[in-house]
Design a protein around this ligand. Structure first.
Ligand SMILES: [Zn+2]
Ligand SMILES: [Zn+2]
Length: 164
């Protein structure tokens, strides 16, 4: 993502606002981490972000990275997904466009994003009594084609061995 694009400017402005409101310090590390977050492709885990900062030659402690991620989640800039696993995945709220759905492979953990206009419009129109929905997170769990091929191959091999 280009550093001076509209989303990046808006994200930095929201962070400034959030920090001011909570009387938190506007440390350069927090903004450097936010910039790095905006360069990540879609979903990432905390360690991916830490490694990316290291690769860029920007040294911050793992704790600072983890704490800043939590701060960005509280500020509404980052979204946390669990995808049925213990390690949380994150993605920027801005730049997502309309709500997208996640296809999660239960074997390798790969996450694919899909857009389904029909499903999205159905969910957007849903109303709930005494509740104002803001966003939703839809995950479809299953097996990706790569893992499916691997299991099929493994099954074939074991059958061949058996027949011999
Ligand atoms: Zn898979
Ligand atoms: Zn996503």
């Amino acid at each position: 993502m280009i550093a001076d694009d509209k989303n990046a400017v808006a994200a930095r402005a929201s962070l400034v606002q959030y920090l001011s409101r909570r009387r938190l310090r506007k440390t350069p590390e927090r903004f450097a981490i936010l910039d790095c977050v905006m360069e990540m492709t879609r979903h990432f885990v905390a360690d991916d972000l830490y490694n990316r900062m290291e690769d860029k030659g920007y040294h911050v402690s793992r704790t600072t990275v983890y704490n800043t991620i939590e701060l960005l989640v509280s500020a509404g800039l980052l979204r946390r997904h669990n995808f049925g696993r213990t390690t949380a995945h994150y993605e920027m709220v801005s730049g997502l466009g309309s709500n997208h759905h996640h296809l999660v492979c239960t074997v390798c953990g790969k996450i694919k994003e899909v857009k389904d206009a029909q499903l999205a419009s159905l969910l957007d129109k849903r109303t709930f009594p005494a509740f104002h929905p803001e966003w939703y997170d839809l995950c479809v769990y299953g097996v990706c084609s790569t893992c499916m091929r691997k299991t099929r191959r493994a099954r074939q091999t074991s059958r061949t061995v058996h027949e011999e």
